[in-house]
Design a protein around this ligand. Sequence first.
Ligand code: AGP
Length: 604
Amino acid sequence: MCGIIGYTGSENVKEVLLDALELLEYRGYDSAGIAVMEENEIQVYKRAGRVKDLREKCAGKAENSVCGIGHTRWATHGGVNDTNAHPHQVGRVTLVHNGIIENYRELIADYDLKEKLQSETDSEVVAALLDRFYEGNPEETIKKTVSKLKGTFALVIMFADHAGVIYSTRNVSPIVATLCKEGAMLASDLTALCRFTNNYFVVPEYHILEMKEDSIKLTDFDGNEKEPEYLTADWELNSAGKNGYPFYMEKEIMEQPDAIERTIANRIVSGMPDFTAEGVPDSLFTECDRINIIACGTAMHAGLVAQALVKSILHMHIDVDMASEFMYSDPVIDEKTLVIAVSQSGETIDTLEAVKYARRRGAKCLSIINVKGSSIARESDYVLYTNAGPEIAVASTKAYTTQLSIFYLIVAKMAQLRGVYDTEQTQSFIRELQRTPEVMKKVLEKRRDIHVLANKVLSAKDLFMIGRGLDHSILLEGSLKLKEVSYIHSEAYASGELKHGPIALITQDTPVVASVTQEKLMSKELSNIKEVRSRGADIVLFIKESLAEDIDSQYQTFLLPDMRDEFMVMPASVALQLLAYYVSSDKGFDVDKPRNLAKVVTVE
Ligand code: AGP
């Protein structure tokens, strides 16, 4: 999950690299480094810490470089220190790497590389092997080295005697590239490119990209030159900035009404769900006899909401699998299974490998993805893109609710096609979905009230979130948000389950966040809240406004604007995102870059 950048062109190379690394820092931020080429000398500047620390280290240096590469690290092999930071330089070779080389120890032994190595990383072994094989031809050296590697890699390489030239090759780990008026640039993802251009191409696996100031060359491993397949990102160039917010997470929470609007607008025709534009055939929804959702983290939580909708409305069999467990759980998958993969980045390797496995078993795969042209998108039979725009904060917010909005469209489409809903029922369901942006805005307008509630849990070490049915799914996501940005140990429980053990943990003043949005579950949920209250719990209650008569005044309560019960996840999620955000920001944390995390998980 590292951030990689390479640039050769007319701009100030060091500044381009450092600015790009700041945009990529959300991908990993244990350490950072750049390597710049001046005449035939490659200088490396790197250190543990953030890009701002690296900028200090480079002050006044590397002002005349003609090309360079850079890296922000999420440590996999080797601790967080200056030596293990990238770039790695061995002899005439300097490189940065994203991925995991599984056989690096064997390579050290087979090629007697130990003496050449300074760090504990697998990446430096690749540099040493390249240097070992290098006899003046970069392409041949890269091919020979790659043939020895097992694992995943995005490699960006400079050779000391090839001034102004950058090479790259990949397997699974992502690389996008472009040639624009400022020169040639490659990066781990679009956020670093969209400062210069919206036009980019994905470097195909097992190809070699050669970048010079005014040219790029793409060749396959048989030496055949290939034409890059350019794509256009539908992102506003400046949308990758904070636009005045202190953190990306707040900006992205606030953007959700517009993001939902953008995601559903072109998929509703005459009040009915319509995927014609994306070429998704109705048969995909009518010929399957089961659905299997595969995703990780927040994306998997979106799947849980979809599962509740599919069961309650379509009465279909549906599984939701954590992608990391999927292949090892003997899933029941065949050609009658519709697999739906959900991923903001489209690069989560657990999800990517699970999709490949499912398709090998004959399943059709529809993916819900935010990043165009990403690996999972390219691996799928059909893709429905969320139009959330770049999501920079590690904690996923607008990606989650736009994923949900696509699931609502899919459920409506399937209900209509399978005769569960007639036209009026389908249009009524869609109209409720179209209310989502205005309802979310009502929650955002009351965010100061949520900030007050955040202060009630600020000092908590442990915290419970309790609810039943859809409320439980809502709280699983709310709990993950709080965990990952505030480091409070928060657990979401189906509230009926508490009395089977976990209630033993409730003591005086234990903070308990409850969600009550489902009318049919309300009375039992309120009873469960009383059970924990009677044992001293401090209650923070998020409740649907129309259900909130006679609520115990001792509860700190936030009234959620009304929607049909099956849509209440939308306002509730925004409220819980804000709760997590305010707790983290009031604790003084770097909300966008929580410790140990990275935005894109490209290691299994
Ligand atoms: C969510 O806040 C986390 N950042 C994480 O759980 C994330 O949702 C998960 O890693 C999946 O990422 P993806 O959507 O890019 O596949």
